[in-house]
Design a binder for this molecule. Structure first.
Ligand SMILES: NC(=O)c1ccc[n+]([C@@H]2O[C@H](COP(=O)([O-])OP(=O)(O)OC[C@H]3O[C@@H](n4cnc5c(N)ncnc54)[C@H](OP(=O)(O)O)[C@@H]3O)[C@@H](O)[C@H]2O)c1
Length: 338
């Protein structure tokens, strides 16, 4: 089978297509024909060698993908040949708190990922794809979608009428906009681009704030909410935006610490957490249980992930460069049938 490997750290040019032996399922494993895979910011960081963890190489990149089950091990009970599935990000976090993921590992590093003709998955590390989604759409869910769901619902217990502040218009943040709007929340988005703010509003956001033109965007969020602030914040900016997120937070609001797109250096005043009685927590994607709950919501509400662009999978390096440099609106996906 054909597979694309990251053969050395430090550059997207180190992605190489190679031949590997045909995959056979173990007793409780399935083999899928990968139909589509999707990129996350993490994958770019792993390829260029700037991710916080170094993985053994060669590595097949990408945590996210969808495909059709083509072989099942003798003890598999969750799936049958022909099912359409998505792999989970964590390999052994079925449900419960993150403590249950302790011995687990992530697909796309250190476990081989989806950038391949075929992938072998433990049957516990896969879910059925929402039936109304195309393979391209289903491929986008495992990391960004589950992260947004886990933050707002599994941990956040979001209620109708609460305000969700979603920072930027990356993959996680756009899923958060769609989920929050579907749940009846008030949704505010920040972006460096007025054009993207308009697109986020077309997707369901009620208000938008340009964080580049308006460095004090936390105060603007307070004004937009009559001084109340945001109950749930999707914080992907990192230490530099965290101080503004604290300013924008409602009393007892929840700040979901997810990413560090603005860099990992910066400082905050912990007394601001005390004054507003804010709860800040790290979000490590989410469990399979969260993935399944999210898929039910996607199916019932007919939601469709936002796709920015689709590349043939053998042009993976171009897709990595595009995500790194082009600031897409929505997910960058690889079509494995091209
Ligand atoms: N903890 C987890 O489980 C988890 C899971 C997934 C992702 N992440 C992390 O979360 C972050 C977002 O991931 P993603 O896949 O959504 O990324 P992405 O799709 O690459 O998001 C890029 C967008 O983020 C926005 N952005 C850039 N710098 C920003 C800043 N300083 N403040 C606010 N927004 C900023 C920009 O939006 P505009 O162009 O609109 O300005 C940009 O288009 C990354 O750091 C990623 O590593 C963590």
């Amino acid at each position: 089978m054909r597979t694309i490997e990251l053969q050395a750290p430090g550059g997207i040019e180190n992605l190489r297509m190679v031949e590997r032996p045909t995959l056979e399922p173990g007793r409780q494993e399935i083999v899928i024909r990968v139909k589509a895979s999707a990129l996350n910011y993490r994958d770019v960081e792993i390829a260029r060698g700037s991710y916080h963890t170094n993985f053994a190489l060669p590595l097949v990149p990408l945590s996210d993908g969808a495909g059709e089950v083509v072989a099942v091990g003798p003890e598999v009970s969750r799936f049958k040949i022909g099912d359409r599935v998505c792999g989970t990000f964590w390999q052994r976090w079925v449900g419960g708190s993150f403590v249950m993921a302790e011995a687990s590992q992530q697909r796309g590093g250190p476990i081989d990922g989806m950038l391949s003709e075929f992938a072998r998955l433990d049957e516990q590390a896969a879910v059925l794809a929402p039936p109304h989604l195309s393979d391209i759409e289903a491929a986008t869910l495992a990391c960004a979608g589950v992260t947004a769901w886990h933050a707002l619902f599994t941990e956040g217990n979001l209620k109708p009428g609460e305000t969700v502040l979603s920072l930027g218009t990356g993959g996680v943040s756009l899923f958060a906009v769609q989920f929050a709007r579907t749940a009846g929340a008030r949704v505010i988005v920040t972006s460096s681009s007025d054009e993207k703010l308009a697109r986020a509003k077309a997707l369901g956001a009620h208000d938008g704030v340009n964080y580049r033109d308006n460095p004090d965007w936390g105060s603007t969020v307070l004004e937009l909410t009559d001084g109340r602030g945001a109950d749930h914040i999707i914080e992907v900016g990192g230490p530099q935006s965290f101080a503004q997120s604290l300013k924008a937070a409602a009393r007892c609001g929840q700040i979901n610490v997810i990413g560090y797109l603005g860099g990992s250096e910066g400082s905050i005043n912990p007394l601001d957490i005390f004054r507003r009685q804010v709860r800040a927590r790290g979000i490590p994607v989410g469990s399979r249980e969260s993935f399944e709950a999210m898929n039910r919501a996607i199916a019932v509400n007919g939601l469709r992930p936002v796709i920015d662009s689709v590349f043939p999978w053998h042009e993976a390096a171009e897709a990595f460069r595009y995500l790194e440099h082009s600031s897409p609106f929505g997910k960058v996906v690889l079509d494995h049938m091209q």
